[in-house]
Ligand binder design. Structure first.
Ligand SMILES: [Ca+2]
Ligand SMILES: [Ca+2]
Ligand SMILES: [Ca+2]
Ligand SMILES: [Ca+2]
Length: 206
């Protein structure tokens, strides 16, 4: 073997050694090329994280179970998406099966999440009557519903009796209630106790 061939052989051997040397710490998984490590929740979630795209390989993903109980497979059996992403009004599965009408009609929203009036979309219960339209049919901000809705703990009803705002937003200098009542001097006095007790919890004692 001449010198040049020997040099190429040794160089090639060392390069292959350094490539295969990568080790992934728990819970990371190596990509197929052995050059990168990825977190388990990044496997088969629809985005390429490995440069060789092996984390989204169709055959690999079809055979792979989703990580943990908070994920479920799209209908195509390939990608895993968060349970709360099913019927949330946004397409998360590439085959759009997470927003399929028949599926969402029969779907029961997870705990802490409620169905819009259309019986299709699930929104967080804290998004009811928060002044922002979250349901496509706007039913989360329906006036009759909001008038009858009791605000969640730590939330306060605006003077209009419709909107709930977090008590830390009271008297903070920004208008959060549509009717601006959260910055109304008299309204602040009425709710003063709650807003002060929360502020004290956040700050370190001096
Ligand atoms: Ca991925
Ligand atoms: Ca979705
Ligand atoms: Ca809302
Ligand atoms: Ca405010």
């Amino acid at each position: 073997m001449n010198y040049l061939l020997l040099t190429i052989f040794v160089y090639g051997f060392c390069t292959s050694l350094s490539i295969s040397a990568i080790e992934c710490n728990e819970p990371y998984t190596p990509c197929k090329d052995g050059l990168q490590c990825v977190r388990p929740e990044y496997l088969c979630e629809g985005y390429n994280d490995c440069r060789d795209k092996s984390d989204e390989d169709v055959d690999f993903c079809k055979a792979k179970e989703c990580v943990g109980s908070q994920y479920a497979k799209c209908r195509n059996g390939i990608q895993c998406v968060y349970l709360i992403s099913f019927c949330d009004g946004f397409n998360d599965c590439p085959d759009q099966s997470d927003e399929d009408e028949d599926f969402c009609k029969a779907n029961i929203c997870p705990e802490g999440v409620v169905k819009c009036k259309d019986n299709l979309q699930c929104v967080d219960s804290l998004e009811l009557c928060d002044g922002v339209h979250d349901c496509r049919d706007n039913s989360d901000e329906d006036q009759d519903l909001c008038r009858a809705t009791k605000c969640d703990e730590l939330y306060v009803k605006c003077k209009d009796g419709l909107q709930c705002v977090h008590s830390t937003y009271l008297c903070d200098g920004d208008n959060d209630c549509r009717d601006k009542s959260d910055e109304d001097e008299d309204f602040c006095k009425v709710h003063n106790v709650e807003s002060i007790s929360i502020v004290e919890d956040v700050h370190e004692p001096r």
